[in-house]
Design a protein around this ligand. Structure first.
Ligand code: HEM
Length: 410
């Protein structure tokens, strides 16, 4: 493994993706990452025991497409779930990964997700009904958090009343405890994970005995092609898969919805273009995804290699700054500019290669329908200067609070 002493001095940077001061009170993550990208495609941070930070499109794409050299375990710099095991399928490498992936993928296919459109639009309008008459809302708790949570719960057929339990748990797992030491945060993460496992086990027991048409039942009752034969998943495997689905599917959509509002407020001409012509919304969704990629995937080198002119040793940890890949001028014209009709737009926000996001079709539908209804019903939304957005920085970047005002619906 590479030690800090072995890294050329000009590549060592002071950057910790879990440092909340990067994101609040002023969100400086993108500016800081742009500085790192100026230094080179691969730089080195001493945070969390030392790790490489990959900043450019080409190198990030190369890493994502080479799981033999760059294992996706561990994906996280912090010990999220001590003693819990690998998240399935994200922390498994091919060929072990393949059977789980092939079984899970059809459950989130474009056609299946498209069939949910009417239900998702109903949820969106119900949520907007809750605040449209007030002329103000806390966009996260009243909309951006609720939408992916309700859609996901309906898909899995888990009781909506349980939402608060796993919202708290996933918050702690992703961002730790604000203001606490790393050790305290890790302790809280382990406790939150333990609580979730108890919850999943109850769901598993219930669906084993009494299956429905939901995704939970289908995962539990599908025989997966694993280790050369077909078999059902064990309780432990199911736990590690449900946990990942929860972590992957909620905060990412929440953050992207918040960034939609923030970037469109700052780009009124682009917002007007969407209001005038709804058909631009699908490319606008891609542009929002491009300009602020939520996820910062982690990888670990399985062997010595070279990346972007830098020697990487076996066992070295890396994080991949998709948010700066998406602003790489070698790949995108005028990359810091939001352009809702941008085409082509080969952003990496859903990753690439073996682990490319399984939920991308669902996420795109949630974002598209939300932008349609928001711009139809409360198009003149504004931010509140005296109560600014609370963003957070971690390997799933996002937004915890976003007050907005708008002309109330009569
Ligand atoms: C805007 C929303 C979303 C973004 C930006 C996003 C981003 C990503 C990224 C970058 C990866 C790859 C990570 C890596 O290579 O280490 C990933 C994987 C994954 N995502 Fe998403 N995601 C989103 C929404 C969702 C949703 C809604 C779901 C499901 C309900 C989901 C489920 C998954 C799963 C299961 C994987 C692992 C796939 C595998 O390992 O084969 N995601 N996502």
């Amino acid at each position: 493994m590479t030690t800090t002493a072995e890294v050329p001095g000009d590549l060592v940077v002071d950057f910790d993706i879990y440092d909340q001061s990067l994101a609040f009170p002023v969100d400086t993550v993108q500016d800081r990452v742009a500085e790192l990208a100026q230094k080179g495609p691969v730089v080195y941070s001493t945070a969390h025991g030392g790790h490489w930070i990959v900043t450019r499109y080409k190198e990030i794409h190369d890493v994502l497409r080479d799981p033999e050299t760059f294992s996706s375990y561990p994906n996280n710099l912090v010990t999220t779930t001590a003693g819990f095991g690998k998240f399935i399928p994200i922390e498994l490498d091919p060929p072990e990964h393949t059977g789980y992936r092939l079984a899970l993928q059809p459950l989130f296919s474009p056609n299946r997700m498209k069939a949910l459109e009417d239900d998702i639009r109903d949820v969106i309008n119900e949520l907007i009904d809750g605040f449209a008459g007030k002329g103000e809302a806390e966009f996260i708790s009243e909309f951006a958090h609720e939408l992916p949570t309700r859609v996901f719960l309906a898909l899995m057929d888990w009781p909506i009343d349980d939402a608060a339990l796993f919202t708290d748990a996933t918050d702690i797992i992703l961002t730790g405890v604000p203001g606490a030491s790393e050790e305290e945060s890790n302790q809280a993460r382990a406790e939150a994970a333990f609580k979730m496992l108890g919850y999943f086990q109850t769901v598993i027991n219930q669906r084993r005995a009494d299956p429905g048409q939901d995704v939970t039942s289908q995962i539990i009752h599908t025989e997966f092609e694993l280790e050369g034969g077909k078999r059902l998943l064990t309780d432990e495997e199911l736990n590690r898969m449900f946990f990942l689905l929860l972590i992957a599917g909620l905060h990412t959509v929440q953050g992207s919805l918040a960034w939609s509002i923030i970037h469109l407020v700052h780009n009124p001409d682009q917002r007007q273009q969407m209001i005038d012509d709804e058909s631009v919304i699908p490319t606008a969704v891609e542009e929002i995804l491009r300009i602020e990629a939520a996820v910062v995937p982690g990888r670990r080198a399985t062997r010595a290699t070279e990346l972007g002119g830098v020697s990487i040793a076996a066992g070295d940890q890396l994080i991949l700054m998709l948010c700066s890949a998406n602003r790489d001028a070698r790949e995108f014209d005028d990359p810091t500019r939001l352009q809702v009709d941008r085409q082509p737009n080969r952003h990496l926000s859903f990753g690439a290669g073996a682990h490319r996001c399984i939920g991308s079709h669902l996420a795109r539908i949630e974002l598209k329908l939300a932008l349609e209804e928001i711009h139809r019903r409360i198009p003149d939304y504004a931010l509140v200067d005296s109560d600014p957005a609370v963003m957070h920085s971690s390997q799933v970047r996002g937004c915890a609070r976003l007050p907005i005002t708008f002309t109330p619906e009569s």
